[in-house]
Design a protein around this ligand. Structure first.
Ligand code: SAM
Length: 268
């Protein structure tokens, strides 16, 4: 992720606008053919799967077939390792302890998950994802890392109602690079139900692609939201919500919001 990923220019650009696309094509001619190929594939998948979850599951199936690490957004194994470490270090710095119970929403192939599983006591990691293909890759990561004894839960889901999970259970809930691929109704569903499964003193951190201009999406794969939109959505469900300023210092293109049932001490 380039260090200027959150530059004022990037934060205000509308990637869905034709002028942006033309300018981008001139600046990066080598990326035009892959983009056109991807747009064609996505149009076909949208036709076959009109609902977002079905569509995105099909995108993940196609991407995972090619390369599971690229499917979760890492262009190299080193980046896959670094992105997982960034998630892990942040939560440990924010107090994640072995006895905590953690829910990882959209756990992918355990880019961060394998580190969380290693850190937490056996049975305390719960990963969910909409993609069976990436969960198979997750099990491969688990075996490669020798983490079988930690007995993590890895579960497929079709929505984010979290109805199969118990009340007041998780100390930390985490969704990294998931809402950046989610339309607002999916985020709203999650925020409408996450409070029930959060422990009273727990928190839910999620990243999102932030824009300070018009909210927009690209190929129904990447969604850009204003911070106020997501804070208001969370507060509308009776949750406390704050923008995590200290995450902005990390070399990552997305921003982070923390929500909780009770007010949390200031962290920055
Ligand atoms: C970019 S990957 C990130 C994976 C992991 N969080 C990480 O940081 O490596 C996004 C993951 O979220 C999953 N996903 C997307 N929408 C989801 C949803 N509504 N519910 C659960 N998982 C979802 C995708 O299948 C994919 O595995």
């Amino acid at each position: 992720m380039p260090a200027d990923a959150k530059s004022p220019k990037k934060l205000s650009s509308n990637r869905a606008a034709l002028t942006h696309k033309i300018g981008y094509a001139f600046r990066h001619p080598g990326r035009v053919t892959p983009y056109v190929r991807r747009a064609g594939r996505d149009a076909w998948l949208r036709l076959k799967h009109p609902d977002h979850i079905g569509y995105y599951r099909a995108v993940m199936a196609s991407d995972t077939r090619r390369d599971p690490e690229a499917a979760v957004g890492s262009r190299s194994h080193d980046r896959w390792l670094a992105l997982g470490r960034m998630q892990f270090d942040y939560l440990v710095e924010h107090g994640l302890r072995p006895e905590h119970r953690m829910l990882d929403i959209g756990c992918g192939n355990l880019r961060g998950g394998w580190r969380f599983i290693g850190h937490l006591d056996a049975g305390n990691y719960y990963g969910i994802d909409i993609s069976p293909d990436i969960l198979i890759a997750a099990k491969e990561t688990l075996a490669e890392r020798g983490l079988q004894d930690k007995l993590p839960h890895l579960t497929i889901t079709g929505d984010l109602t979290l109805d199969f999970l118990p009340d007041d259970h998780f100390d930390v809930i985490h969704a990294h690079s998931v809402f950046s691929h989610s339309p607002l109704h999916v985020i709203d569903e999650c925020l409408g139900h996450v409070g029930r499964v959060l422990a009273p003193t727990g928190f839910f951190d999620f990243t999102f692609d932030r824009t300070e201009g018009a909210e927009h999406q690209v190929l129904r794969e990447d969604f850009y939201y204003r911070t106020e939109t997501l804070l208001a959505l969370a507060r509308g469900h009776g949750l406390h919500a704050s923008f995590m300023e200290d995450w902005e210092e990390r070399p990552h293109g997305q921003s982070k919001i923390r929500v909780s049932r009770s007010p949390l001490p200031a962290t920055a």
